[in-house]
Every structure is written in structure tokens, then in C-alpha cells.
Design a protein around this ligand. Sequence first.
Ligand SMILES: NC(=O)c1ccc[n+]([C@@H]2O[C@H](COP(=O)([O-])OP(=O)(O)OC[C@H]3O[C@@H](n4cnc5c(N)ncnc54)[C@H](OP(=O)(O)O)[C@@H]3O)[C@@H](O)[C@H]2O)c1
Length: 345
Amino acid sequence: MVFLLFDRATGWRETDWFARWMLGKGIARTEQEWQAGYLSLDLGLESLPLTYKLPSGDDIPTVALGTWKASSEDVGAAVKAALEAGYRHIDGAWVYGNEAAIGQALKEVEHHVPRESLFITSKLWNTFHNPDDVEATLDETLAHLQTNYLDLYLMHWPIAQTADFKVDWELTENPIRTWKKMEEMVRKGKVRNIGVSNFNIRRLQNLTASDITIRPAVNQVELSYWNPQPELVSWSKDNGILLEAYSPLGSDVLVGKTLRLPPVRKIAKKLKITPAQVIMSWHVQRGTVVLPKSVDGGRISENYQTDLFNELEAAATAHRPHRINDPSSHWGIDIFEDDKEDDFH
Ligand SMILES: NC(=O)c1ccc[n+]([C@@H]2O[C@H](COP(=O)([O-])OP(=O)(O)OC[C@H]3O[C@@H](n4cnc5c(N)ncnc54)[C@H](OP(=O)(O)O)[C@@H]3O)[C@@H](O)[C@H]2O)c1
């Protein structure tokens, strides 16, 4: 049997050393246990993080349910299916026009999925960049979502428009006044983290060179096989700005083509996962959040493969810990002062 491990330095590689090591240490005691214990590792999911840390200290889940083009009729069921599958991160926006339906669905399940366990994102639409308009549109979003705070509020586009959709060139080129108002929303407790969306490097450099108090924590941009933007990925890492991959599957226009790509199909076959799961893994391995949109329960669950990781985490933490390297008794001192299973065979 061939096992695949993901190593950040070298990428995917075939290995059986870990299997031999587990057997040698007696950690896997029977062939069946060995195989079962290997299920998650076989899929190479052990290296995928479930959350990233934001500068505020908040954890942001690596996979979110996208909600663009999900109708108000469909989005409630999609949100509930996502929560059932394990998602805790919902990506929305004022302009999607479905926040009230999302809020209603969240309200209906709040007894078993409390607000504090969720990470909710919304976005400031272009026609509300005027500082006098920011708080009112945010309040509308909060009312629709039936919550008193957002985990993340993004400037949706680096474009300020007037109410009659004309570009406000001054506020577009210099969004500092809009950003300052977003900072104020953090101070007021209405938003926990702020960021931008669709910003290129020049626009981010421009914003961060201004007199700002809070740096953008996140930049949500289009990232897919078709538009992988390696320079932006690398620059964002160097500058401590977390990227979120929107249209990760190529959106509704290219999703079919994406899932039929020969390299995607080859990897899916090799790893025994679906093409959509290959795409999600790829994004998280690039260090970005991934925002797949679906209104189909099966596809929503398929896109959230991290439950396999959770299974291994749950199994590993369900038994008393067994420390492999503990010279305490040899040296006559309890070095680690922790719980350990002494009768492990
Ligand atoms: N900040 C921005 O300007 C911006 C722009 C675009 C998107 N976004 C965010 O990013 C999210 C995702 O982007 P997106 O909606 O453009 O596109 P996407 O997630 O790349 O693709 C969505 C399409 O793929 C289908 N799909 C989903 N999972 C599938 C699977 N496992 N197998 C086959 N088909 C599957 C969906 O259909 P079904 O629903 O029928 O499953 C839908 O047609 C948005 O919903 C939104 O939250 C943000």
C-alpha cells in the first residue's frame, strides 16, 4: 500500500516510513487499527489547518460557505446544511441581498450553534463608502443577520460610488476616510476585524501607508486555478495580510471545467478524494481561506472535508495521552508533570 504525506517543503510524496514507525512503536497494534488510523493520513489531510490566527487574536476558520448568488429561498437551507457539515464561517455581503434569510436560519439553530461559535463576514458596498453612510449600512446588515457584531467587515471593492453609481474618484484613490470609519466600528464593538476585498498590491500599499490605526487583516480576492495570483499570495504572506480565495472553483461559469482539469482529476484519483476536495485542499495549503459557494447539501458537505481531520483529532484526544520520550523515571524527576498513560503496551 502506498501512503501520501504532505510536507510543506517538498509537497506530496509517497511514504511508508510513518506506517513502519507506528507499527514499530506499537501505536498501531493490529492491521485493522493500522488501516483505520491511516485513513486520514492516507488522504493527506493531517497538515491542513482548521483555523488561522488574525492579528486581533481571533481564529478564522479556513473554510467558509460562500453565499453570492444563493437566493433568499435557498440560502437558509444551505446555511443549515453547512453548519450540520461542520462549517462555522459564513461569507456574506450587503449587496448579495440575502442577509435577512441567513440571519433567520442562524436564529433558528442558535440553541445548538451559538453565535460565539460562528465567524460571520459581511461587506461594505461601494455606494456606502462616504463615512456618513458606513454605520447605517452596517447596522442594516447587523439587523438582517440578527446579531450585534460581525467577526469580519470588508470593504467590498476599492471603488467608492455615489448613490447614482458614479465613481467618486477622490474617495476611491484615497479610501482613508472610509477606513477610519470602519476602524471606529471596531472601537464601538460592532465589528471584531476589518479588511478589504479586490485590492491589488498598489492599493494596499496606498492604504497602509496612510495614517491608519488598524491594518487590514484580510484581503478577499479571486483565486482559482484560472487566476492563481502567486505574486499577491507571496506579497500578502510577507506583509501579514491573510488572503481569502473567492470563486475558488471558478464560480458558476467555470466550475465544470475546473473539476475536469487533468491535473485535478489525477490528484483526486491518487488521493482518493473528489476533484472539489482537491481544489479546497490546494487553497488551504497555499495559506488562504477558501470560500466555496453551494446551495446543495451534498456539495456543501463535499467541500468541507476537514471533518476527516476532526475525526482523527477526536480519536487522538479521546484516550489518555501516551508520551513516547519521557526519561522521567530514568532521571528520577517528573519532567513534564502531565497526565500520561503508564500501562500503555
Ligand atoms: N469579494 C468579492 O467581490 C466576491 C466575489 C465573488 C465571490 N465572493 C465570495 O466567494 C464565494 C464563492 O465564489 P463563487 O460563488 O463565485 O464561486 P465558487 O464557489 O467558485 O463556485 C460556485 C459554483 O460551483 C458550484 N459548486 C459548488 N461546489 C461544488 C461541487 N462540490 N461540485 C460541483 N459544483 C459545485 C455551485 O453550484 P451549487 O450552488 O448548485 O452547488 C456554483 O455554481 C461567493 O459565494 C462569495 O461569498 C466574493
